[in-house]
Design a protein around this ligand. Structure first.
Ligand SMILES: [Zn+2]
Length: 237
């Protein structure tokens, strides 16, 4: 049954830190749990933006492509989108936008989905290059990412707010990706300047965490908390 308040997550951010990048769930299976979301592909290849049940992959070559249903993800979040109302917002830096969104959260103790459809006078994203085994660590991939800058681009800023308490399971705070309406530009958002747009927030009161129980590397990995958390801060900011 579709549940309007359930956030589904495959994989755990902590497992990406030491380099567990192998895809462990098919896109078809992922889409049974939601029509909207974000994630990455096998080998940490690109940044996923899932809108209206379609999975788009922003690649390090600068293209955005649709992903096949049998491709696998090591990490993704999805939910069924249900936005009751949106609020017009304008002339905001990325920090200001996140401040405004934080004030509109029902609570900072709930997970929430956030969507801003609008025009951005600037948009800066990053896209990680696909990695080959033996995989590097997550922080090592930072030197293997591409930065994309767009001016006056219209599209959707989309992703999740997670309470800081769950850092390690997922990125604390806002984790947002972008996809232009033309499907030509996207990625993990580093910075932007909003001209105007509509902000909508969907609170989520359930987290369904699905772990890769058939992946032997995951089963054997030592996911040491403190090192994991400090590396998450380095990699995801
Ligand atoms: Zn991301």
């Amino acid at each position: 049954m579709e549940n309007n308040q359930s956030l589904y997550q495959h994989g755990t951010l902590a497992a990406l830190v030491p380099g567990l990048f192998a895809g462990t769930l098919t896109v078809n299976e992922l889409l049974k749990h939601g029509d909207t979301g974000i994630g990455t592909m096998d080998g940490l290849n690109g940044e996923l933006i899932i809108l209206n049940g379609v999975v788009y992959q922003a690649t390090a070559s600068g293209e955005v492509v649709k992903v096949d249903g049998d491709a696998k993800v090591p990490f993704a979040n999805v939910h069924f989108v249900h936005l009751e109302e949106s609020t017009p917002i304008a002339n905001l830096t990325y920090l200001e936008l996140k401040d405004v969104a934080t004030k509109r959260l029902k609570s900072q103790n709930l997970f929430s989905y956030l969507s801003v459809h609008g025009t951005f006078s600037s948009m800066k994203t990053r896209v990680v290059h696909g990695q080959q085994p033996p995989y590097p660590t997550l922080t090592e991939t930072a030197s293997q990412q591409e930065i994309f800058d767009a001016a006056n681009v219209t599209g959707t800023l989309t992703g999740y707010y997670s309470p800081a308490l769950y850092a390690g399971v997922t990125s604390p705070g806002f984790h947002l990706h972008f996809l232009s309406d033309t499907h030509e530009m996207g990625g993990h958002v580093l910075d932007c300047q909003l001209t105007d747009g509509e902000l909508a927030i969907q609170p989520l009161n359930q987290l369904q965490l699905h772990l890769p129980d058939e992946n032997s590397e995951f089963l054997k990995a030592d996911l040491d908390d403190e090192a994991v958390l400090s590396d998450i801060k380095k990699a995801e900011n």
